[in-house]
Design a protein around this ligand. Structure first.
Ligand SMILES: Cc1cc2nc3c(=O)[nH]c(=O)nc-3n(C[C@H](O)[C@H](O)[C@H](O)COP(=O)(O)O)c2cc1C
Length: 211
C-alpha cells in the first residue's frame, strides 16, 4: 500500500494557501492511488522541539555509549524520522518567511537530518565522507509568498532561500526527486493572486495525476 506524508508548516488555518494546495494535491494523489494512506504532520500547529545540547550529545554518542536518557532525548526525532522513512511520497506546504523557510519547518529539518539515521559520516572516504541513507522518493514542495517571481528564472529568484536550501538538504539525506510549485501574490490579492493560485492548481493537477 502506498503512503504519502503531508507536511504543513503554515501557522495559518483556512487562510493558508499552502494548506489548501497541499490538500488539493493529496486528494488528487489518493484518486490515482486507490487504497493509499495519508499521514499528516502539522508543523504549523505543533512546532517540533528545537535541537538542544542534550539532543546533540545523544545524537552524536557512539552506539556503545547510548543510554536510556539519550534514547529519550531522541524519541521525537525517531518518531519524525520513522514517519518520513515509511512513506512513498512527500507533499510539503511552506510559507516563505523572510525569504526562507519558517522556523516550524526548520525545526523539523533539524530533527530529521541525523547522523546514523538519515546520513552517515565516514571520514576515511576522502571523496565522499557524507552518505545519504534514505531511499529516494518524489517530494512535492508548495511555496507561497506575498510577492511573486521567486521561481527559477523569476525576477526575485536570487532572494529565494527556500528552493536552493531544500535542493541541498534533501539530497544530503537521499531525497533527490524534488518538484517545486509556486504560488505568489498573497500581498496583492485580487486577480493577481487568483492567477497565481490557478497556475499552482494546474501544476498540482499535472504532477499529482502523473506521479
Ligand atoms: C513573518 C512573515 C514573513 C514573510 N516574509 C515574506 C517574504 O520574505 N517574502 C514574501 O514574498 N512574502 C513574505 N511573507 C508573506 C507570506 O509568504 C504569504 O502570506 C504566504 O501566503 C504565507 O503562506 P500561507 O498562505 O500558506 O500561510 C511573509 C509573511 C509573514 C507572516
Amino acid at each position: 500500500m502506498k503512503k504519502i506524508l503531508q507536511i504543513d508548516s503554515s501557522p495559518r488555518g483556512s487562510r493558508s494557501h499552502t494548506r489548501r494546495l497541499s490538500e488539493q494535491f493529496v486528494k488528487l494523489w489518493l484518486d490515482k492511488h486507490s487504497g493509499a494512506e495519508v499521514v499528516h504532520r502539522d508543523l504549523g500547529k505543533q512546532l517540533p522541539t528545537p535541537v538542544s545540547e542534550n539532543w546533540i550529545a545523544a545524537a552524536f554518542a557512539p552506539a556503545e555509549e547510548q543510554t536510556t536518557q539519550f534514547n529519550n532525548q531522541l524519541h521525537e526525532s525517531d518518531t519524525l524520522l520513522d514517519e518520513l522513512i515509511n512513506t512513498d511520497a512527500l507533499v510539503i506546504g511552506i510559507p516563505m518567511y523572510n525569504f526562507g523557510v519558517p522556523a516550524t519547518f526548520k525545526a523539523w529539518i533539524d530533527q530529521i537530518v541525523r547522523i546514523g539515521r538519515s546520513f552517515s559520516f565516514e571520514p576515511k572516504d576522502k571523496q565522499q565522507p557524507y552518505k545519504p541513507l534514505l531511499k529516494d522518493r518524489p517530494g512535492f514542495i508548495i511555496i507561497a509568498s506575498g510577492e511573486a517571481g521567486y521561481e527559477p528564472g523569476g525576477a526575485f529568484f536570487a532572494m529565494n532561500q527556500i528552493e536552493p536550501y531544500l535542493r541541498t538538504v534533501f539530497p544530503f539525506i537521499g531525497i533527490n526527486n524534488l518538484h517545486f510549485i509556486y504560488c505568489g501574490n498573497d500581498e496583492f490579492g485580487g486577480e493577481r493572486l487568483e492567477q497565481s493560485l490557478n497556475m499552482a492548481r494546474q501544476q498540482i493537477q499535472q504532477l499529482a495525476t502523473s506521479t
